[in-house]
Write a protein that binds this ligand. Structure first.
Ligand SMILES: NC(=O)N[C@@H](CC(=O)O)C(=O)O
Ligand SMILES: [Zn+2]
Ligand SMILES: [Zn+2]
Length: 343
């Protein structure tokens, strides 16, 4: 196969950041994706419908001429989130749902949730109004090993949450373990997961063997090969519970290449090509359209895209850096080859 045409894909997990960086990040994603879920972990966080609408306007200002890219805004869940905010979100078509960050779990999560049970009234309203909950699924307890944090979160937080609210529409974001795959498969059609390119293409050896590679460092951290293989199997399985979410998460080069480097891979400059690389390696290119263009829209209840994008088998090299208003950024897969290009 030399060419591959698929419906315009959507990115169900994306960090665009704010202000000067939007001039770089918005066109990069709008070039290929039709819609994207915009993560709210700004400083300060996007906690209200009003803040989300203002952020959305800033994003739209950076759309290329003629682009109809649609940012779907996620609100940042905090201990102060109220049922009223859930009701406002449910009435606003530009808000897709709420993002739960356990406080301290990841980049800009300090304002996140410290006591999930205390928010039960909010989850009840979300379940009733079918407002999705998007979850960064890791515990933050100091005594829990970083490689076990997803599994422990599933067992101690997520299972009890869904037992209390079985109708809650929930997406476990950027899954990294076989435990997460099993969990999602066990649940009803109201529970799904996104999978990033880095967790399909890499395991923790790619982070730590032969020298530490900060540009492969993201959270949840890359796991061992067996877990990578479970994710790979899920992504090509044809199950509608697993779909594309890049978690493209830009940080300046100096913030990544540092004694204490930031977590996040900036994959947007090659996002669809990275997934194509993976599906090709798995001999499963026929499954890419479902994963990238259909299953996410189906889960969230949006129409499937009618426009198309085409990829062509022609090798290219991801650039070493991308220049931005805040300085150079090293994209994920920098200096490495990919075998598919956008036409
Ligand atoms: N994935 C990451 O490693 N980082 C994300 C936050 C997140 O999605 O957890 C970021 O905002 O930088
Ligand atoms: Zn996260
Ligand atoms: Zn993210």
């Amino acid at each position: 196969m030399q060419q591959l045409t698929l419906p315009r894909p959507d990115d169900w997990h994306l960090h665009l950041r704010d202000e000067d960086l939007l001039a770089t990040t918005v066109p990069a994603s709008a070039e290929v994706f039709g819609r994207a879920v915009i993560m709210p972990n700004l400083v300060p966080p996007v906690t209200t419908v009003e803040l989300a609408m203002a952020y959305r306007e800033r994003i739209l200002q950076h759309l290329p001429e003629g682009s109809d890219f649609r940012p779907l805004m996620a609100l940042y869940l905090t201990q102060q989130t109220t049922v009223e905010i859930v009701e406002q979100a449910a009435q606003n078509d530009e808000i897709i749902g709420f993002k739960l960050y356990p406080s301290g779990a990841t980049t800009n999560s300090a304002a996140g949730v410290t006591d999930i049970e205390a928010l039960d009234a909010v989850f009840k309203a979300m379940a009733e109004l079918q407002v999705p909950l998007l979850v960064h699924g890791e515990v933050t307890d100091k005594q829990i090993d970083i490689f076990d944090r997803e599994k422990v979160f599933i067992d101690t937080k997520l299972r009890p949450l869904l037992a209390r609210h079985p109708k809650l529409k929930l997406v476990l974001e950027h899954i990294t373990t076989s435990d997460a795959v099993d969990f999602v498969l066990e649940q009803g059609p109201n529970v799904a997961a996104t999978i990033t390119p880095q967790h399909l293409l890499m395991n923790r050896n790619d982070l730590l063997v032969g020298g530490i590679r900060p540009h492969n460092y993201c959270l949840p951290i890359l796991k061992r090969r067996e877990h990578q293989e479970a994710l790979q199997k899920a992504a090509v399985s044809g199950s509608p519970k697993f779909f594309l979410g890049t978690d493209s998460a830009p940080h300046g080069q100096s913030k990544k290449e540092a004694a204490c480097g930031c977590a996040g891979c900036y994959s947007a400059p090659a996002a669809l090509q990275l997934y194509a690389e993976f599906f090709d390696r798995m001999n499963a290119l026929d499954k890419l359209a479902d994963f990238a263009s259909h299953f996410g829209a189906d889960f969230y209840g949006y129409r499937r895209a009618t426009e198309e994008v085409t990829l062509q088998r022609e090798s290219w090299q991801v650039p070493a850096t991308v220049d931005t208003a805040i300085g150079p950024m090293v994209p994920y897969w920098a200096n490495e080859q990919l075998s598919w290009q956008l036409v």
